[in-house]
Design a protein around this ligand. Structure first.
Ligand code: GCU
Length: 688
């Protein structure tokens, strides 16, 4: 690779716009040419030179910038003092393969790292600051960074062939896949390259490139499409991103013509060993596989009376000689449940299936666990499985795509949700947090963090321009689970929009509480769902009530909520350790926002807040809708300071958000009024 690369031709560069704002006169890089990322780091600096070619350095600005691996520092003309300062800035624990230091003394600034990957992350760190380096770093400045989680993965849910129900990207709200078209990998991967740059710029280092629901066409990524998969991997590798592949558990049958995929059969193991051998000869640094097995009608080891340790280890053993890992999803539950059967509780399923197997998984198996026991709801309990697995590598699974949080038509900044999950104390008594477990600080084996992507071929990547913030925030929080979601949001806004500070402050203020606004006008108090079946957009209070999917609210004329207690319900609360289990078991100590997740209570039940459940439902639905009206007003007041595309996009989506929020408010309020017969204490309009 040589010369200046172009990026984002015809697409939105998101937060990667500010190279032009860096008045740097000289930029050099010193990294071993054999380093896999050397060319990419050089290309980044070429971009800078091109953009800043004519710029004058601000009087107190950085005139020279050097990106240098630590081992080469002595060979550069950086000067003894600065070199010493760089070495002194390296934390005692070192920088690892991905960490970096930034040291500025006057007009000179050095980014140093152990390898090219760290240099690239350090470079993007500066780029994300958006303002000229002088304004952000100060004349005498030192900082050191190292990612908390070793694996920071994104899962594409892209289908190669458009699925009749799920479309091009399953749960995709930003157009079609830009990886695949008409059952093939696209010929021109420049958009994938732009995406790789976006991902790397927020520290993502792994990407699974196809939907976890692997249909017939995608199964052939293991065979016919392998050369194309290798092309994708080549492009991702340039930005330090490791490729993973979602595979079908039944591939030995579908591709190999075997009559079984029984994990205990030698011929099945042999088939996988050979398939994996072929894949690695095309992509020697493949990260491994992602597997959705025995989940929502996908094939899996249960068919053969085997369990998920047998299934996961089968693939792990095929991957082991090549250094690969299997990310095995724990989203295993009965989606053919009879709603009349009150003894089955979907929330229990993942824990019940996987905890008894803890300790039986090979060490190149990672169990990938959704943050909640149900399915990416705006509010649900944090999964007890993550804390319970002591002897198995675990990865936290988040969802950037807003399947249940407004589908990129509503403003819903997810940073605060993820921060809450990452900070969740798994014992309730100073035990490790989810973030501690994901980052390895808990001293347990870890697989990092994974999240479902929210991008498609829309010009602005995410459908809603402001949904870009969620992709940005995921990367930043995976790098640093302790980062403040508001600061991350502010960083995103500064890097994305060329508007004044007051406008930025107003934009971030209106986005920062949008998650809680969304929660207010949708399903109340953690009860979840109430969405239109299948599309999962907009209200349908009873949409799933008599369905086989296991997501019920059990509202009747007396009360609402799911009894998950040991005393009288499904016993789910016992999956948590003490004192959490007791806290959730007792409605008096259960947090209000999760009350209906754990308990079935009368409408007259008084919350810890002092309000009755029914009045809380009315209040939050009126408030939530008012807050959306407020969002519209506040956005209108600043909209004309943004570019036309952003203005149009946000205007249009806010109008839809308001329409939808009103629908939620009225359907939910009317439903509960009809059920309970209790009027709103404030006499607001509830349709009958
Ligand atoms: C949700 C979603 C599905 C998806 C599944 C999964 O249920 O609605 O589209 O396939 O999650 O995570 O596997």
């Amino acid at each position: 690779m040589s010369g200046v690369r172009s990026f984002f031709a015809g697409t939105d560069p998101c937060w990667l716009t500010p190279a032009t704002k860096q008045p740097v006169l000289r930029a050099e890089v010193s990294v071993d040419s054999a380093d896999p990322l050397a060319d990419t780091v050089r290309a980044e600096l070429d971009l800078l030179r091109q953009a800043a070619g004519a710029a004058d350095a601000a009087p107190d600005g950085v005139r020279e910038i050097l990106l240098c691996t630590l081992d080469r520092l002595g060979r550069t003309p950086v000067g003894r003092d600065l070199a010493d300062a760089v070495h002194a800035a390296v934390p005692r624990a070192g920088l690892g393969a991905e960490g970096f230091v930034v040291v500025r003394r006057g007009e000179r600034l050095v980014i140093a790292a152990g390898a090219g990957r760290g240099l690239l992350y350090g470079w993007y760190h500066l780029l994300r600051q958006a303002a000229p380096l002088a304004a952000t770093t100060g004349a005498d400045h030192t900082e050191a960074h190292r990612p908390a989680c070793a694996v920071r993965m994104v899962n594409q849910w892209d289908n190669m062939a458009v699925h009749p129900v799920m479309g091009s990207v399953e749960r995709g709200y930003a157009g079609r896949s830009f990886f695949y078209r008409d059952g093939r990998v696209v010929a021109d991967l420049s958009r994938v390259r732009d995406y790789a740059r976006l991902l790397a710029s927020v520290g993502i280092n792994a990407l699974s490139v196809n939907n976890v629901n692997v249909h017939a066409t995608e199964t052939r990524l293991l065979t016919d499409h392998l050369p194309d998969l290798a092309r994708i991997a080549d492009v991702l590798r340039e930005h330090g991103i490791t490729t993973y592949l979602s595979v079908s558990y039944a591939a030995p049958i579908e591709l190999g013509g075997l009559d079984t995929a029984d994990p205990r059969e030698q011929r099945v193991a042999r088939w996988w060993a050979e398939a994996v051998e072929r894949v690695y000869s095309a992509i020697p640094d493949l990260g491994g596989f992602v597997v959705k097995a025995d989940s929502e009608n996908r094939p899996g080891p249960f068919t053969y009376g085997a369990d998920h340790a047998d299934g996961a280890n089968l693939l792990a053993r095929a991957l082991r000689p090549h250094g690969g890992t299997v990310y095995w999803r724990c989203f295993v539950y009965d989606c053919h449940q009879d709603w009349r059967d009150r003894s089955t509780d979907r929330a229990r399923a993942a824990y019940d299936h996987f905890v008894p197997l803890d300790g039986r998984f090979d060490d190149n198996v990672v169990l990938q666990v959704k943050y909640g026991p149900l399915d990416f709801q705006v509010r649900e309990a944090v999964s007890p499985l993550i804390g319970a697995l002591r002897h198995t590598r675990v990865a936290l699974e988040l969802q950037i795509t807003q399947e249940y949080t407004g589908q990129q038509r509503h403003i819903c900044y997810l940073g605060p949700l993820w921060t809450e999950i990452l900070g969740f104390d798994t014992t309730g008594a100073g035990g490790p947090t989810i973030g501690d477990i994901a980052s390895g600080r808990a001293g347990r084996p870890t697989g990092g963090v994974v999240a479902v992507s929210n991008v498609g071929d829309d010009a602005n990547w995410t459908g809603h321009k402001l949904a870009q913030a969620n992709l940005f925030a995921y990367g930043r929080l995976a790098w640093d689970p302790l980062a403040s979601p508001d600061e991350v949001l502010a960083e995103w806004a500064r890097a994305t929009f060329a508007v004044d500070a007051a406008t930025l402050a107003e934009l971030t203020a209106l986005m920062s509480g949008s998650l809680r606004t969304y929660e207010k006008y949708t399903a109340p108090l953690g009860v979840g769902f109430m969405v239109t079946p299948h599309t999962h957009y907009g209200p349908s209070v009873n949409g799933y009530e008599y369905s086989p999917w296991g997501t019920y609210h059990f509202a009747d004329r007396d009360g609402v909520g799911v009894d998950r207690t040991v005393a009288s319900g499904s016993g789910y609360t016992a999956q948590y350790p003490e004192p959490l289990a007791s806290r959730y078991e007792d409605p008096a100590s259960c947090p209000d926002e999760l009350l209906l997740f754990f308990h079935h209570v009368p409408y007259s039940h008084v919350l810890r807040s002092g309000r009755t459940v029914i009045q809380h439902i009315y209040d939050t639905h009126f408030d939530g809708c008012d807050e959306v009206e407020d969002l519209v007003r506040r956005w209108s007041a600043i909209a004309d300071r943004f570019d036309a595309a952003t203005r149009r996009n946000v205007d249009e989506r806010l109008a839809e958000q308001l329409r939808c929020a009103r629908e939620w408010r009225d359907q939910v309020n009317t439903y509960f009024f009809r059920m309970s017969g209790v009027p709103d204490a404030e006499g607001r309009t509830i349709h009958r």
